[in-house]
Design a protein around this ligand. Sequence first.
Ligand SMILES: *Cc1c(COP(=O)(O)O)cnc(C)c1O
Length: 456
Amino acid sequence: MNREIPYKIYLEENEMPDKWYNVRADMKKKPAPILNPATLQPVGVEDLEPVFCTELAKQELDDTTAYFEIPEEIRNFYRMYRPSPLVRAYCLEEKLQTPAHIYYKFEGNNTSGSHKLNSAIAQAYYAKKQGLKGVTTETGAGQWGTALSMACSYFDLDCQVYMVKCSYEQKPFRREVMRTYGANVTPSPSMNTNVGRKINEEFPGTTGSLGCAISEAVEAATSQEGYRYVLGSVLSQVLLHQSVIGLEAKTALDKYGVKADMIIGCAGGGSNLGGLISPFVGEMLRGEADYQIIAVEPASCPSLTRGKYVYDFCDTGKVCPLAKMYTLGSGFIPSANHAGGLRYHGMSSVVSELYDQGLIEARSVEQTEVFAAAEQFARVEGILPAPESSHAIKVAIDEALKCKETGEAKNIVFGLTGTGYFDMYAYQKFNDGVMSDYIPTDEEIAKSLEKVPKID
Ligand SMILES: *Cc1c(COP(=O)(O)O)cnc(C)c1O
């Protein structure tokens, strides 16, 4: 096999982007505006300010500015772990005996172990600049809470994390990493907030959900002086910060004259996928190039492939603004069986709109086949992937095997969002042969969708 292209395409520090790219600026039909849950009117910065940092609220609502300067302080932090490598998966290609060329953009090279640090550091920076004391947030699988604790300790901000109770119990080491970085971690639902007490009363013994932890974190932010709420996915500001992934990937491919045919990413709230594909979708929107883009979601929480494109609440407590998105209903609680951070009921409004316009495709995959792909990848490529990332691996392998049949040498690029060292409980279940695939029935989804608000 000809191995002219290096295994790892590293960029120089000065090739790191100095601006984030806002794909909404190039969309002719924009994502629908987010609505105030009380008035059902589009929100303005003044509506968001009590909850979000002002600069982040502005980024959230700006769908016309194409490029945002990355502040020097954030770029300095990025330099500690970026540019991240684009890796040519020669060993996986050889193992699969495929003519396809497989590349992955690896975001697991920092202590938080995922891409989430790219936005955490930006959000902490704007909170600090605004003179806040601290921020509150929720975390499901724990990666976001970890990234945010690192970012807050860097800028000397207080960090309060509401961690979904079942993860809090199942992932004690994640919790300990957060505490090591100085964060205060509370299992959710807790007795600290009104919404937590209410949920505990209504569902005694509940092990929590992301939607419920969001409601608690928002309440904690708005009830303490000098605090704001921050979120690790779904929001357009997070996609904006994550565009650093796609911009670097594009620079690295361009450097070697490689044109991607297919770009694949896992989709939970849509931030890594949105960030990875943004510059490529921008080219599609401007009519400069064409790509096949695939969002991969778990069959247990299939918002794009089986959800509805409607306005819905972003949280269980219904305190956050309403967003038009592909959703399974804010009351949808995915099977506790499912490992990892792709368990959100909705999807980024940007990714939802791109999907609705037919610019991207979506596929859902089952948990056991995802772990089989993860192991296949780990054994030849040397990285133990996060279960979330392994959804993308699964589809990349499927597509590479299709190329083997057709003899096409397609260039496949996928996002390897993180490492799976804190997911060994799930790997253990897979290795012991006791992992199951839970797929919600049509009735379950329909029942949950009945409760979405009726707004046109
Ligand atoms: C959180 C997470 C995801 C999913 O979140 P998105 O916002 O959809 O990107 C994927 N991979 C890893 C490793 C994560 O931590």
